[in-house]
Design a protein around this ligand. Structure first.
Ligand code: GDP
Ligand code: MN
Length: 381
């Protein structure tokens, strides 16, 4: 689960990380009122689940409350990487001497939380990694010991020659690790971590991703979810109990089981197609899930063909067939559908589908090939 900068900053603050004060506004008037409270130049920052807001025009300085109102009016409603801005953070502007990067991610290879720090902050860390990899220091953290003081200081000294600043940064890294650990995060990031002309070390941006699997035992974090900031299809899928990830292709996939879904996507690619999504309807036999899945997939305008790939074990293929019939009765499909099902109640399923004018296949290879052909033809038309 992504959370907003202002929410991540609140979490970081409770762990002691120095962060300028700030308030959230949903209207230009509210933004103006916040600027009056701070009585200084402020930064108006778009609150969306996307990086690179600065480059996209979503982070702007405002010298007066009136200017804050005008800038907030421009940023609210703006689209950044396909997401609409509904909120802005208004915060007193800091004077910046240097910008560094400090982040923690979960690294599957080392099975550890890994720190990545760089004195070349502010910009995309991916760019630093590609062009000047020696400017990044990586440090895997042992989950039993946590981040040890000497390790934090080592990273602090990689960022700053000044020992006071290195110590301040080291302290911030330990606080960041504590915030990351306490929140069940898969990512925690400060970019930029700045020094001011007077020598202070301050976090000006905050990003945090919470592992979805942690939310059941951390209800206070689950409350931070902002559905207005999420992809509507992913919100619907979550409500319907489906595992759904939107992708860029045009073959809409409905599959049962994560493994089969991965294999299906591999095969779509193998035959020259591109999946429009990952969608796992799970192991249950619930026609409602099939209905929800079809609605989500057909609402994606890029989808040119739909591929069902169902292996009936616990899942009864006749339930899936009934779901397809119900869903397409409610809203007829505008793109071709290829259905492959095999396993439990296969004969019944095929009969149901045929009675309603669908054909059903049993071979996975042939079905995937057919779906890719149809999608390609549809994309050309
Ligand atoms: P991002 O582009 O989405 O990562 O948004 P950031 O919060 O990192 O802001 C982008 C850039 O705006 C930063 O790298 C800074 O250069 C600049 N910026 C952000 N906050 C301030 C501030 O308080 N004062 C000044 N002078 N610049 C800021
Ligand atoms: Mn940033």
């Amino acid at each position: 689960m992504n959370i907003h900068e202002y929410q991540a900053k609140e979490i970081f603050r409770t762990h002691g990380i120095p962060i300028p004060p700030g308030g959230v506004a949903t209207t230009p008037a509210e933004a103006e009122a916040l600027a009056r409270r701070y009585a200084s130049t402020v930064v108006v920052k778009a609150q969306v689940h996307a990086g690179g807001r600065g480059k996209a025009g979503g982070v702007k300085l405002a010298k007066t409350p009136e200017e804050t109102r005008d800038i907030a009016a421009k940023i609210l409603g703006m689209h950044i990487k396909g997401l609409t801005v509904h909120k802005v953070l208004v915060t007193p502007a800091a004077d910046i001497a240097t910008e560094a990067y400090v982040g923690i991610i979960v690294d599957r290879a080392s099975k550890r939380a890994v720190f990545m720090v760089s004195p070349a902050g502010g910009i995309d860390i991916e760019e630093v990694a590609a062009k000047t990899p020696d400017k990044i220091m990586r440090l895997p953290v042992d989950p039993v010991y946590g981040l040890l003081p000497f390790q934090a200081l080592q990273m602090g000294l990689f960022l700053y020659a000044d020992i006071k600043q290195a110590r301040a940064a080291a302290k911030i890294m330990q606080q960041l690790y504590a915030a990351f650990w306490a929140s069940g995060a898969s990512l925690a990031e400060i970019n930029p971590l700045v020094t001011t002309p007077s020598g202070d070390v301050v976090a000006l941006d905050a990003k945090m991703v919470i592992d979805d699997n942690e939310l059941d035992r951390r209800p206070e974090l689950a409350l931070l979810r902002d559905e207005t900031a999420e992809d509507p299809a992913e919100v619907r899928a979550r409500e319907a109990g489906l595992t759904f990830i939107k992708l860029d292709g045009n073959v809409g996939c409905v599959v049962n089981g994560a493994g089969l879904a991965m294999a299906t996507m591999d095969l779509v690619k193998y035959y020259g197609g591109e999946p429009a999504n990952f969608l796992d309807i799970g192991g249950s036999s619930n026609p409602d899930k099939v209905v929800a899945a079809l609605q989500i997939i057909t609402s994606d305008p890029h989808v040119r063909a739909i591929l069902f790939n169902i292996f009936g074990g616990i899942t009864r293929t006749d339930d899936v067939a009934n779901g397809i019939v119900t869903a397409t009765k409610a809203s007829p499909l505008r793109v071709p559908i290829v259905i492959r099902l095999t396993g439990t109640n296969e004969e019944v399923a095929v009969k149901i589908l045929q009675e309603h004018g669908f054909s059903a296949m049993t071979e996975m290879d042939a079905a995937v090939q057919r779906a890719v052909e149809l999608a390609t033809a549809g994309a050309r038309a």
